[in-house]
Write a protein that binds this ligand. Structure first.
Ligand SMILES: [Zn+2]
Length: 208
């Protein structure tokens, strides 16, 4: 598997490119910004984007999605419970002091249990509300890899003070859906360094 992580934009959202070496098909996760850099990496690996997955509709994760879709033709998928956040993209833009990006409705909603498959790679969606109502994680069991969005970080958890945030739901999501995964699962958070389920289970101060 080809896996590139690029921190993009002012908040350094971890955008991931996941590609299959044989089929050259790819998934892009959270293209928040810097679409030219993402396209250059796709070209470098001769990858064709088949799906654009958004872990949640905060501006730093979703702002580049419509542009990447327009340039590649790939559908944009996110959970429909985050549509209220899409409706307030102008408010989100003022948080960062940037122009309001064009954000469209999802081509399909990422519901819990939904299978995400391209030729050579298969994952499933875990609905993990709390950071936002529509927050999801993508789990690839064969690669023991979890894309956690802003639900779980190395040594921390997602903030819940923004609209739609709910601390009790966040902790329930993490305990019931993420900490039940095997210790060796590698976690790629929405920001900052990677970690593992085992290390967060044993040492994350927010989860003890
Ligand atoms: Zn967020």
């Amino acid at each position: 598997m080809i896996h590139e992580i690029l921190p993009v934009g002012p908040l350094q959202c971890n955008c991931s490119i996941l590609g299959d070496e044989t089929s050259r098909e790819a998934i892009v996760i959270d293209p928040g910004e810097e679409i030219p850099r993402i396209l250059a990496l796709l070209a470098k690996h001769s990858l064709t984007v088949k799906q654009i997955i958004i872990t949640h509709a905060h501006i730093d994760h979703i702002a580049g999605a419509a542009r990447l879709k327009r340039l590649t033709g790939a559908p944009v998928l996110y959970n429909q419970n985050d549509l209220p956040l899409v409706r307030m993209m102008d408010v989100q833009a003022t948080w960062l002091g940037i122009p309001t990006p064009k954000v469209e409705n999802p081509d399909d909603s990422l519901e819990d249990g939904k299978l995400i498959a391209i030729a050579g790679l298969t994952g499933s969606i875990l609905h993990t509300p709390g950071h936002t109502e529509g927050s999801v994680c993508l789990y690839l069991p064969a690669q023991t890899l979890l894309f956690a969005g802003d639900t779980l970080f190395a040594g921390s958890v997602g903030r819940t003070d923004l609209p739609g945030g709910d601390t009790r739901k966040l902790l329930t999501s993490i305990h019931d859906r993420l900490l039940t995964l095997p210790d060796e699962v590698e976690v790629i958070p929405g920001h900052g360094p990677r970690t593992t389920i085992g290390s967060e289970r044993s040492s994350n101060p927010f989860l003890i």
